[in-house]
Design a protein around this ligand. Structure first.
Ligand code: FES
Length: 360
């Protein structure tokens, strides 16, 4: 049984393929057909294309292919220009689609043209310039023998040679350009992943003078409200539960307040930033951001329930155990003239998971 495939009967490098031996076999098969109507009819005589026998026609095809690749490049540039220049709200009428987004139309059209021209250029190249010699290869067992592997390699190299990939530099270079430019379309679309966060992750609502409001009672806290050994949760004054951005803001500003004996505080900075032993720490775990909530009164340790990171609140919220990489950030507090606990500024480092190596 015969099938088309690679074979040593291929053309030489001058675009004028030799008549393959299989053709002679084919004619032999035709002669035998008179005796056996089911005999393999073989291949019809090979017909040379115009490009095989006319170098000017081959050059014309080469220029056509190069033109398609070059136009693909222009279309990709048009895609990027459309993305930058066309207003997202602009609507246009396009028959028969009706009223549609000008930006979507331009992006779809330019990207479609860019991809189509790469495909069309490759097909035209293969149909007009690459070798089209008919070949016959006998079916054989699937497992390749070493000699077959060698033959495949040789066929591949010969195919590469016949395609003119090395010789037709104009096509090759424009194709590389077109294929290299197309992915840029995807790169510019990354802009749609949203605005950059700016300093939103680094800043919270805490400001100098903001009162610490008890999360349970909604009342500003006074030092006398915080008993030794208790754990109190607080939020910034002015942030209400029905605020549109409540969840985003509380996720950064949630505070955990504990009163320690000042003599138990080992870290000098922690003592300086406290008020009469009352310390305020971010409630957001520095591992992956769970709310830290389990307080051990005797040891002054707080535990994150997610992965058991343990922080020592008597020692600058140092990590004692678990995967957290940083201490909990501390908020500097004092008492205002009216006797309420207030912040003396924002946290000095980003709260929550360490998304960059912040200063310690
Ligand atoms: S989020 Fe706290 S230990 Fe993982």
């Amino acid at each position: 049984m015969s099938e088309t495939g690679s074979h040593e009967n291929v053309s030489d490098d001058d675009n004028l393929p030799e008549r393959p031996d299989s053709q002679a076999d084919a004619q032999g098969a035709v002669e035998k057909k008179a005796d056996n109507p089911f005999a393999d009819p073989g291949l019809p005589p090979h017909e040379h294309r115009i490009q095989d026998i006319d170098e000017r026609a081959a050059k014309r095809s080469e220029r056509t292919v190069a033109l398609m690749f070059a136009l693909s490049m222009l279309a990709t540039i048009g895609f990027i220009a459309s993305y930058v220049a066309i207003d997202i709200d602009e609507i246009i009428y396009v028959w028969p689609l009706g009223h549609i987004s000008a930006l979507n139309f331009a992006l779809g059209l330019t990207l479609g043209v860019a991809l189509f021209l790469i495909g069309a250029g490759a097909v035209h190249w293969a149909r007009t310039l690459m070798s089209d010699v008919e070949m016959v290869d006998e079916r054989h067992q699937v497992a390749a023998e070493p000699v077959v592997e060698e033959k495949v390699k040789a066929d591949f190299l010969q195919g590469a040679k016949e395609s003119g990939f090395g010789r037709r530099k104009l096509i090759r270079n424009t194709m590389f350009g077109a294929v290299a430019l197309v992915p840029l379309s995807g790169v510019v679309l990354l802009r749609d992943t949203g605005p950059m966060p700016g300093d939103k992750l680094a800043k919270t609502l805490w400001r100098k003078g903001k009162l610490l409001v008890n999360e349970n009672t909604n009342q500003p806290l006074r030092p006398e409200d915080i008993a030794v050994g208790s754990l109190t949760f607080a939020r910034p004054e002015g942030l209400e539960h029905d605020d549109e951005n409540f969840n985003n803001e509380i996720a950064k500003a949630a505070l955990m307040i504990v009163r320690l004996e000042p003599g138990d505080i080992k870290d000098k900075k922690e003592l300086d930033w406290s008020h009469e032993g009352i310390v305020a720490y971010s409630k957001i775990c520095t591992h992956v951001g769970c709310p830290v909530s389990l307080y051990e009164q005797q040891t002054h340790h707080v535990l994150c329930p997610c992965h058991q990171s343990t922080f020592d609140l008597a020692d600058g919220a140092r990590v004692l155990f678990g995967p957290a990489g940083h201490p909990l950030p501390q908020l500097k507090i004092s008492v205002n003239k009216e006797g309420y606990l207030q912040a003396l500024g924002d946290f000095e480092e980003p709260v929550g998971p360490a998304y960059w190596e912040r200063p310690r």
